[in-house]
Ligand binder design. Sequence first.
Ligand code: FES
Ligand code: FES
Length: 181
Amino acid sequence: MKSLTLELNGAKITCDVEPRETLADFLRERCRLTATHLGCEHGACGACTVAVDGQATRSCLRLAIMCDGRSVQTLEGLEDDSTMEVLRRHFHQSHGVQCGFCTPGMLMMARDILLRMHDPDVETVRSQLSGQICRCTGYSGIVTAIVAAGRELGRAGQAKGVRESGIQVTAIAAVPAKVDD
Ligand code: FES
Ligand code: FES
């Protein structure tokens, strides 16, 4: 056994783990954080996606002991997260969930995309999601939800930026498409 200390969903924990124990098994079986699903267990489906030091990570491919001294976030730890709140709402509105098996991993990956990219378009979201497998939805509702969430968060970010800059927007002038000499 090896001693493992990590920050898990904001709480510092220390325990002994088997050297070969995966992060996914550690989260599900020891910590009872079962939002982290296991589909393929070899890095192909993305159902087990969590955030390690803020980066989307497949927990079936990561040994728990490799997270010593790191921060790990699972879906359970993001209940009050503002980005996740917007994503959850749009997944619901756009029918991005059917059986729900892929959903925790999809949400974790979607949040990762929206934290890295400002207002991504459909093609970008499809490409970024290419490592996540859903057997039910045909992806359309999921992609629509992430694009809509990105748009909403982008608008909110712009409004916040304007408020914080102290700039008063009174009118938006039309910009000519082309200026001839
Ligand atoms: S269970 Fe980890 S990628 Fe499929
Ligand atoms: S909703 Fe069933 S696998 Fe995605």
